[in-house]
Ligand binder design. Structure first.
Ligand SMILES: [Zn+2]
Length: 401
């Protein structure tokens, strides 16, 4: 990394950006270097990004798969799945990130910061190595801990995740780093001219790191232990952790059925894992219930009811349903949740199902519901602000004047 702040990589400045129009500056066989990129070249245990490079030539366009991204000779290279004879320096191209892979890595990477923070704080245990796959973290630490110890750490991690805390990226000169931050960081020092720090507000954790991370801890949605072997720990993230825990629970039930003499130790380990995940879910419900309880502070009056729009991209249907009873009467909420599903929640006279039906008159949305609760699935390309404007109008019109 050279010392020019203007040339900072976009995956630092805008980790949520998924497309970019840019220009080819160099080509080597089927490797392309670009003026700017949103693709992470890999490093610090985080795999590189993959995606698509699209080249438009008048009416026709050609697509290349980007099968890996790497740094060499001070440039970031994008390795294409096949050779691009039509490509040459100076041409404009469109980059599209494999967002599913990248976002799951952002979640896993941020979760690792948290885990390393708490394992250090609780057991003075250093993280030696961390590798990420989508939804999976492999960590090697400098001590052998018991499963109970790891569960203790995970309980702190999952509690922190539930607290709606911000994750900040701080980019500064080496000089400023030495003056202000050098003594506050956990883990490895940085000798780069430009230093990139990742700060987790809630727990005051500060690390020199060049990877990609989520903006808010809630996006991780919880961590669960899959495997502990000596000083090697394998963790699963969010929905993958949940489906693993569910499978384990089924497995325990099966085991209980077929064994006369139960394997108590195995059953208790699996039960612990499952309970750990339940705790995460409980914490999420608790957080959302609090938001709902105080919702009137952030609503606007639309005729006779209190109206508001929320965006909580890791909240799912189950969490909402378990939190609904905290909403005071006379409120209408839309909530954009996990997987681009828009939920409608009403404790007022306006029916959620009626609002969805009206909305479906203008667009062919899949979904439906009842008076209190309804949902529709949005397309990735749709602008939520425009839909929210429409919904506000519908909510207004559905009330008597
Ligand atoms: Zn990091």
């Amino acid at each position: 990394m050279n010392g020019n702040l203007a040339e900072l990589p976009l995956y630092w400045k805008a980790p949520y950006q998924t497309t970019l129009i840019t220009e080819i500056i160099d080509i080597k066989e089927n490797n392309v270097a670009l003026k700017q990129t949103i693709f992470y070249p890999g490093g610090g245990g985080q795999p590189c990004d993959e995606g698509i490079l699209e080249f438009r030539n008048g009416e026709s366009s050609e697509e290349f798969r980007i099968i890996s991204t790497y740094k060499e000779d001070g440039k970031i290279w994008h390795k294409l799945g096949h050779k691009g004879n039509s490509l040459s320096p100076g041409q404009q191209v469109l980059l599209k990130l494999d967002w599913e892979k990248r976002y799951s890595l952002m979640r896993a990477h941020t979760a690792q910061h948290l885990f390393s923070h708490f394992i250090k704080k609780k057991f003075d245990c250093e993280t030696l190595k961390a590798n990420f796959e989508p939804f999976t973290i492999d960590i090697e630490v400098d001590k052998e801990l018991s499963a109970e110890n790891v569960f203790e750490v995970l309980s702190d991690v999952n509690l922190a995740i539930s607290k709606n805390s911000k994750v900040n990226s701080i980019i500064i000169s080496q000089e400023e780093y030495q003056q202000k931050y050098r003594n506050k960081i956990r883990g490895k020092d940085s000798k780069e001219d430009i230093v990139r720090l990742i700060e987790i507000e809630e727990i005051d954790d500060l690390v020199c790191c060049g990877g990609t991370h989520v903006d808010n801890l809630l996006e991780i949605q919880g961590i669960i232990l899959q495997e502990l072997k000596h000083n090697k720990i394998k963790l699963l993230i969010g929905e993958h952790g949940l489906s693993y825990a569910n499978k384990q629970r089924d497995y325990v039930i099966q085991l209980e059925k077929i064994t006369t003499k139960k394997n108590d130790k195995l059953i208790s380990v699996i039960k612990n894992r499952f309970e750990d995940y339940i705790r995460v879910n409980d914490a999420l419900v608790e957080t959302l219930s609090l938001i709902f309880k105080n919702i009137k502070q952030s609503t606007e009056a639309v005729k006779n009811l209190n109206y508001t729009n929320l965006k909580l991209q890791n909240v799912n249907r189950e969490t909402i349903i378990n939190s609904i009873k905290s909403i005071p009467p006379g409120v209408f909420i839309t909530l954009l949740g996990y997987n681009n599903i828009l939920y409608f929640i009403s404790t007022s006279d306006v029916s959620s199902a009626d609002v969805v039906k009206k909305l479906q008159e203008t667009n062919n949305y899949k979904g439906g519901g009842n008076q209190k609760f309804a949902q529709i699935k949005l397309e990735e390309t749709e602008k939520i602000e425009e839909i929210e404007k429409k919904i506000r109008q519908i909510v207004e019109n559905l009330q008597p004047s």
